[in-house]
Design a protein around this ligand. Sequence first.
Ligand SMILES: *[C@@H]1O[C@H](CO)[C@@H](O)[C@H](O)[C@H]1NC(C)=O
Ligand SMILES: *[C@@H]1O[C@H](CO)[C@@H](O)[C@H](O)[C@H]1NC(C)=O
Ligand SMILES: *[C@@H]1O[C@H](CO)[C@@H](O)[C@H](O)[C@H]1NC(C)=O
Ligand SMILES: *[C@@H]1O[C@H](CO)[C@@H](O)[C@H](O)[C@H]1NC(C)=O
Length: 402
Amino acid sequence: MNWKQLSTLVAVGLSVPWQAHAMIRFGCSQLVTERFDPLVTPGQVSPHLHQIIGGNAFNLTMHIDNDLPELSTCTTCRFKEDFSNYWTAVLYFKHPNGTYLRVPQAANHYTGGPKGGMTIYYIQPPTNEKVTAFPKGFRMITGNPMLRSRKAVDPTSAEAWALSFRCWETEGFFDPSNSSPPGAGAYDTVALPNKFCPGGIRANIFFPSCWDGKNLDTPNHSSHVAFHEGKVNPNIGIILMDGTCPASHPVRLPLLFYETYWDTRPFKDMWPTDGSQPLVLSQGDPTGYGQHGDYVFGWEGDSLQRAMDNCYDGFGWPEACPELTILSDEEINKCVQASQVDETVEGEFIPALPGCNPIQNGPGQATMVPNCTAISTTGVAPAATPNSIPSRIQRSVITPAV
Ligand SMILES: *[C@@H]1O[C@H](CO)[C@@H](O)[C@H](O)[C@H]1NC(C)=O
Ligand SMILES: *[C@@H]1O[C@H](CO)[C@@H](O)[C@H](O)[C@H]1NC(C)=O
Ligand SMILES: *[C@@H]1O[C@H](CO)[C@@H](O)[C@H](O)[C@H]1NC(C)=O
Ligand SMILES: *[C@@H]1O[C@H](CO)[C@@H](O)[C@H](O)[C@H]1NC(C)=O
């Protein structure tokens, strides 16, 4: 068994009698980590750093008509048919001496080898309501990097728990938190955990799963989608919520879920002794309320729809979905892009977060630095982003340069 392999599935499987509904769950390794965000700042180097996974047609600008399966030559995701891109903010540890080191991302469930990455889920609701796969050109963002306090939403709604962090209490396989589903469980917080988590932290990002049926995108990349309605039961979380879509957004999409696993264990001996919280998201967010995820759909043809119509394995194992073609660890790991922004973002303690991202504690929304002089040109391609994880042994402790 791999490190934390059963975290989510044990939670889901044990909490309620299992209902057969479609689900695929698969690992993707890192494509590149760089200051790009083709949705928010197309054509410009982005204000903050992201880790990107998926097809290698990812670029500074991604026109809505781009045919990603056609333009890509490889993908870092487990299924050969998936050239989508998925990205999230990178996490840093702020050393008591004021410098920052990227927190390594360990392979989560089947992340396909050494290069961190994420685990991606596409889930049909437990009601077995038919889901409509995202159309070509579809993209969306969930969360807002500028937030520094909890959004004023109904605390029992899916939206209130869509973005959370799981603090692992132990390094062991049978962590007590495994009995709790992601989002609204007893071990999850909307803010970054305010203590050292001995087994690391998992970021849980659920996207809205209801679509207006018309727009592939909208100016803020959010208003064409909405969360499903209903109340989150803390025992079953969002995955198994049976709420329906609002009339304004009637089309049920697969529930898209990202898991990112941050291995905070190497920082144990450097943890501040004054009780302060040293972790900070790449946009200068030490609260975690600015957690966000971006998605650009890029599945080939009707492959995602076929998977959602036919792949009912309760655990979502890739092997159990014959509709799709599995790539080997080697194939997904050799798909990489060189960063096009010539700056050091990881592998050593850096004096400031990449871009212009001073730490802003809130509770008001963060503001952009007006006269940012950070590098804003592309084209210089230093060596490919170094791996932050040296081996496939997922429990190995990575010792940063101290
Ligand atoms: C990214 O866009 C640039 C500029 O249009 C282009 O030269 C480059 O080939 C693109 N890279 C990929 C991987 O598509
Ligand atoms: C996006 O824009 C819509 C309409 O202007 C607004 O109602 C909504 O709150 C915005 N959503 C986000 C996440 O900014
Ligand atoms: C930023 O630029 C504006 C004008 O563009 C100037 O008035 C202001 O003093 C500058 N601020 C800093 C901190 O350099
Ligand atoms: C901060 O601490 C780290 C870890 O000990 C060390 O590598 C780095 O050189 C230090 N930086 C400064 C500016 O003291």
